[in-house]
Design a protein around this ligand. Structure first.
Ligand code: PEP
Length: 246
């Protein structure tokens, strides 16, 4: 299956950085992978209007369509301005905003309701890895935060070890392989044969220098990239690695 390279800009970026998105879009005219950028909400519409080869996404949404929820944005509002995929359950939101698995599941279902793809993030903390709880944590997160009807079009799973996000630390190749194989097994046994084509992204300090090796691991179907997605040259190196890994 073709790989997906998705950039998570977090709370970075201003109007001037649309030019970075345009450079990435131009580069993606002929690549053999899918590419997405998830900028902060205020940039989604102009990013969408100024690109044609990449998808634009969002980093969060509310569970409801609309209502008295000051400061919140619904999945429908995001798809209306061009978001085709929406990240839910990023570890920064699970930590900073106390988002539980139950909330993440409701958000994933809201993304489906709006007709977009939910990029559902899961991953263990360093303490959980050191106490051999990685697979049980992943299982618990998948059981309770994945939506009801998962298929390759409506859901992407992002495996992001919390300790690897923004730290420059990357798990051993075998650790990534084991986690992705476990996730694939869970998806197949829960959602059936179709789940073999659900993309599983790796996220956590992916950069141009390690992307090729990470993309060669079985069941790694792309990457969710934070820091290295903010500069077009850095992100394009990762896109090139994905495009060449077919
Ligand atoms: C992320 O924010 O999802 C992420 C993986 O960040 P970084 O690539 O900077 O580790």
């Amino acid at each position: 299956m073709s790989k997906l390279v998705a950039g998570n800009w977090k709370m970075f970026g201003d109007k001037n950085m649309i030019s970075e998105i345009k450079k990435i879009d131009q580069h993606c005219n002929e690549v053999r992978c899918e590419v997405a950028i998830c900028p902060p909400f205020p940039l989604i519409l102009s990013a969408y209007e100024q690109t044609k080869n990449i998808q634009i996404g969002a980093q969060n949404c509310h569970t409801d369509i609309n209502g008295a929820h000051t400061g919140e944005v619904s999945a429908e509002m995001l798809t209306e301005v061009g978001a085709q995929l929406i990240i839910v359950g990023h570890s920064e939101r699970r930590q900073d905003n106390y988002e539980s698995n139950d909330i993440v599941k409701l958000k994933s279902e809201a993304v489906h309701r709006a007709g977009a793809t939910a990029v559902v993030c899961i991953g263990e903390t360093l303490k959980e890895r050191e106490t051999d709880k990685t697979l049980s944590v992943l299982q618990e997160q998948m059981l309770n935060s994945l939506p009801k009807n998962v298929n390759p079009l409506n859901t992407v799973v992002a495996y992001e070890p919390v300790w690897a996000i923004g730290t420059g630390l990357v798990p051993e190749i075998d650790q990534i392989r084991a986690a992705h194989s476990f996730i694939r097994g869970f998806l197949a046994s829960t959602y059936g044969a179709e789940a073999h084509n659900v993309k599983i992204l790796y996220g956590g300090s992916v950069k141009g220098s390690n992307a090729k090796e990470i993309f060669s691991i079985s069941n790694v179907n792309g990457a969710l990239v934070g820091g290295a997605s903010l500069k077009s040259n850095d992100f394009i190196e990762i896109i090139t690695a994905a495009s060449n890994s077919i």
